[in-house]
Write a protein that binds this ligand. Structure first.
Ligand code: NAD
Length: 484
């Protein structure tokens, strides 16, 4: 693709359009800080146009039988696969995530479409023996227009996934991609324009304020799903409550524990601790196990192994298949992550490796930070409690299981947890005790479609990636038919 700039457009009412406001936002390559393209800065008026188009399209879309909707979604999935190389290259330049690992993103989005396409006939109601002289049945109906807002770490994967369940349930959608990395949304926009009835999918790029906020506040949008940070999730709840009675799903941040019991091989735990930090996208993953909770008998050996492995990570041009880590996604995010590294120093954690801009001419420009490991972290420190969403691993020592489980639960987050032991009773005790929505025993990171994904505590509301997500885009209607 070379270094030409990309101009991406929004999709409203079946047309690729610029913003009414005439404003654009710059797309910056985070590895070089070069301008690589631009995209429309969506306004409140753009959102209003998008919702109007979605409202007009919804009755016909909702009236299609689920098999026909599923067929169209499968076509979108195939088109995504056909353009996966282009999407991959755009995405890697725009996000800074490394190319080898990002290869899975488009496939994962296409798979989500096909998964939900296959669940169409599960959008079913029930018959209920509530009385003898009536037949009581329920129907599941779409909300109408669904608003979805997605974050920067996997832009096309999340934007495409965001369409699948609401569309299958008969809704039309207005989706807002992240302002830091919106270029790949242009590809999705072209695919949806070519394959779906106009207005079925509308893509409005732009900042959270005003574009995201306008989606949340729009009176015709009763159903909203948001993936992003806790502070934005709180803002969205407030804005929604100020403007209507709305059903909101929130997929928010994580500060996920990986708990290693004394029966574990330190080398294996060091391997998994590094891989589950997702350094390939700079730790910028809600599911990264950014808190490593080690039994004291493993502590020194695992720490040594983790530091060795982190030291060997190869930072470099995200487009180079040999690179194992790229830059942080944006200047603002880089500054936030660096401030958290400073907080680790200030609070007295022991820096084992990293914490600085990598040396060398290749890293002078761009939002580069070395992969970083802090040891001897205790629960009072900011790096123990706050999501960093960067390449920073905090390591804790525990002596007995009670302490481990208290530590695991000692944050406001509750997204995932990874438990490592061959003692089945201990594993199940821990799995029940952790307040997290998605728990692996002797595993980490993997998502399994069909299993509900989502967070407890401040990590979220609602579950995605399974039948719960599909049904959450429907409202139940009860019908009573008098038989006597
Ligand atoms: P963010 O909350 O800053 O932004 C996310 C999206 O919200 C962006 O599109 C942004 O433009 C929009 N937005 C911002 N302010 C808004 C407002 N007032 N009203 C409406 N929309 C608004 O998050 P981010 O920095 O892009 O992403 C990182 C966060 O996302 C992390 O906390 C991470 O853990 C979380 N995340 C969660 C999951 C999950 O499945 N639980 C997955 C990926 C990322």
């Amino acid at each position: 693709m070379g270094k030409q700039q990309i101009v991406s457009r929004m999709l409203i009412g079946g047309q690729l359009v610029e913003s009414d406001s005439g404003q654009w936002l710059d797309a910056i390559d985070p590895s070089t800080e070069e301008l690589i393209g631009r995209f429309p800065s969506g306004s409140q008026a753009d959102v209003a146009r998008a919702v109007e188009a979605a409202e007009s399209a919804q009755p016909a879309w909702g009236a299609l039988d689920p098999v026909s909707r599923g067929k169209l979604l499968r076509k979108v999935a195939s088109a995504l696969r056909e353009r996966s190389e282009e999407a991959l290259h755009t995405e890697v330049r725009d996000t800074g995530n490394t190319i080898t690992k990002m290869k899975g993103d488009v496939e994962s989005a296409a798979y989500a479409m096909e998964f939900f396409a296959g669940l169409g006939t599960e959008i079913k109601g029930e018959t209920v023996p509530a009385s003898v002289d009536n037949l009581h049945l329920t129907l599941r109906e779409p909300y109408g227009v669904v608003g979805r807002i997605v974050p920067f770490n996997h832009p096309i994967k999340f934007a495409a996934h965001a369409l699948a369940a609401p569309l299958m349930a008969g809704n039309t959608v207005v989706v807002k991609p992240p302002e830091q990395s919106s270029l790949s949304a242009g590809i999705l926009a072209e695919i949806c324009r070519d394959l779906l009835p106009p207005g079925t999918v509308n893509i409005v790029t732009g900042n959270g304020m005003p574009a995201g906020d306008a989606i949340v506040r729009h009176p015709s949008i009763k159903r909203i799903a948001f993936t992003g940070s806790v502070p934005t999730g709180l803002r969205i709840q407030r804005a929604a409550a100020e403007t209507g009675i709305k059903h909101i799903t929130l997929e928010l941040g994580g500060k996920n524990p990986l708990i290693a019991y004394p029966d574990q091989d330190p080398e294996k735990i060091a391997d998994i601790a590094v891989s589950a930090m997702n350094f390939a996208w700079q730790g910028q993953s809600c599911g990264s196990t950014s808190r490593l909770l080690l039994h004291e008998s493993l502590y020194d050996k695992v720490l040594e192994g983790v530091v060795e492995r982190v030291a060997a990570l190869r930072l470099g041009d995200p487009m180079d298949p040999a690179s194992q880590m790229g830059p942080l996604n944006s200047k603002a995010h880089y500054d936030r992550v660096c401030a958290m590294v400073q907080a680790g120093h200030d609070d007295g954690a022991r820096l084992m490796i990293g914490g600085k801009r990598p040396p060398g001419a290749a890293f002078k420009k761009g939002f580069w930070l070395q992969p970083t490991v802090f040891a001897d972290v205790d629960r009072s420190m900011r790096i123990a409690r706050e999501e960093i969403f960067g390449p920073v691993l905090s390591v804790f020592k525990w002596r007995d299981e009670k302490e481990a489980l208290e530590l695991a639960n000692a944050t406001e987050y509750g997204l995932t947890a990874s438990i490592w032991t061959n003692d089945i009773k201990a594993a199940l005790r821990a799995a029940r005790a952790v307040r997290a929505g998605y728990v692996w025993i002797n595993g980490a990171s993997a998502h399994h479609y069909g299993m509900p994904f989502g967070g407890m505590k401040s990590s979220g509301l609602g579950r995605e990636e399974g039948i719960d997500e599909l049904l959450s885009y429907t409202e139940t209607k009860s019908i009573h038919i008098k038989l006597t």
